[in-house]
Ligand binder design. Structure first.
Ligand code: SF4
Length: 415
């Protein structure tokens, strides 16, 4: 494994008083603003992800700020930001977190992210947060909101209802009303009233971030040899952890370096990866995809930055924000659009000139698994190859995954 992926030892092998590697970030985030290369940023990102105590949220608090933990997949982050608070993506505990208490509270047939999120709540790892948002993307997320209200009663938790009928004229007003109910809680946490002007300014910041994220995705799609999948993923992942005002210039610098890279293209197949929109696969698994000869030219990583293209705030920025969710062209597992799924997956294959699809779904993730059935039918109709693999947060062995992927790649290369 290359040096970049030498992640720190797992929690159980560390002494009890030092369960996690403790990463301290300066309150002004200078480690990131002064990082001189993509390699340095990738190292920093790995360090942060190996530490489940949310180092960036702790740094933000050191400077006197408040932070809101946002469960995947969609939270109107602009709203949180408009109150001067930091929206932080809570995307599970990763490989370093041992699950002990949450196992007793949740069934064994649930996805890992639900258990690691609860474990973090029960063990004080979510202390840097002042409030939480759980979008209603599935029964698991819905129940987590209720559980959080009981286990962390001193910290407001909000379940954001999301529409599933995107054609009704009542949908946008419904979502605006949902936003208003979230706003009422955010006002109490922030100690200041909602302001349309602040929201407009926040939308501008997130527009900038989305534009750069799209540029990075285009770079990966068109010249996948210039940026590795792990680099690509970590640059996106930082975007949900850092203040966006830090991530935007960082991403701009990274793009300038990556776009100018001179690297040769390998003999690899072009694939899109569908499924990991909520729980996150390990970095080792991502690296394995490229090691066996896949260029990932389309995927569902870090959808929090990619729900919609640019938002024009207009006269009513709250309504524009709601419209951006309702009218998004993004069609992933947590949006109930069964009649458009088949066309959507084929469109994605065509747009990325993919030769095959890898379904990489979290174990026990119902929204992802239900869609695989619809997607498979569409791909089979076109004669497009696909492979379905499941993952968990704490994957330790990759031999079977390697074998499956190698067989898949060879079946396309020697077809
Ligand atoms: S991984 Fe799937 S089942 Fe689990 S919380 Fe996310 S969307 Fe729901």
């Amino acid at each position: 494994m290359p040096e970049l992926l030498q992640i720190r030892p797992q929690a159980e092998s560390l002494p009890e008083e030092e369960t996690f590697p403790s990463v301290e970030i300066s309150a002004d985030f200078r480690e990131f603003t002064q990082a001189e290369s993509v390699e340095k940023l990738v190292h920093l990102a790995q360090e942060i992800l190996a530490d489940p105590t949310f180092p960036t949220a702790r740094a933000w608090r050191k400077a006197g700020g408040k932070a809101v933990g946002c469960f995947p997949v969609y939270t109107p982050q602009e709203l949180v930001h408009s109150f001067g608070m930091l929206p932080v993506a809570m995307q599970g505990g990763g490989e370093n977190l041992e699950i002990s208490r949450a196992d007793a509270a949740l069934g064994s047939f649930l996805c890992s992210i639900s258990k690691s999120t609860l474990e973090m709540a029960l063990t004080g790892l979510l202390d840097p947060f002042d409030a939480f948002v759980f979008p209603y993307i599935c029964d698991v997320s819905r129940n987590l909101d209720g559980i959080f209200a009981r286990v962390l009663p001193q910290k407001p938790s909000h379940m954001l209802h999301l529409p599933q009928n995107f054609a009704s004229p009542a949908t946008i007003p419904f979502l605006v009303a949902e936003y208003r109910s979230l706003i009422a809680k955010l006002e109490r946490v922030a100690g200041r009233p909602f302001s349309q002007e602040d929201l407009r300014a926040s939308i501008a910041v997130f527009n900038e971030q989305r534009e750069l994220v799209e540029r990075l995705a285009a770079l990966k799609r068109e010249t996948p040899w210039k940026v590795t999948l792990v680099e690509y993923y970590l640059l996106l992942r930082l975007g949900g952890l850092l203040p966006r005002e830090v991530h935007v210039p960082l991403l701009r610098r990274a793009l300038a370096e990556l776009e100018g890279r001179e690297r040769k293209s390998k003999d690899a197949i072009r694939v899109i990866v569908i499924g990991p929109f909520c729980e996150q696969p390990t970095l080792e698994l991502l690296q394995l995809l490229e090691d066996v000869g896949c260029y990932v030219v389309g995927e569902e990583f870090q959808m929090l930055h990619r729900w919609c293209p640019r938002i024009e705030p207009g006269a009513n920025p709250l309504e524009s924000l709601a419209a951006s969710y309702v009218r998004t062209p993004v069609d992933i597992g947590v949006r109930s659009t069964p009649t458009t799924k088949a066309a959507a997956v084929l469109e994605r294959v065509d747009a990325s000139r993919a030769q095959g699809v890898v379904f990489l779904t979290a174990k026990f993730c119902e929204p992802a698994l239900e869609d695989v059935v619809l997607y498979r039918r569409a791909l089979e109709g076109r004669g497009l190859p696909y492979l379905h693999m499941e993952f968990e947060e704490k994957s330790t062995t990759y031999e079977q995954a390697r074998l499956q992927l190698e067989t898949f790649v060879e079946s396309i290369l020697f077809d």
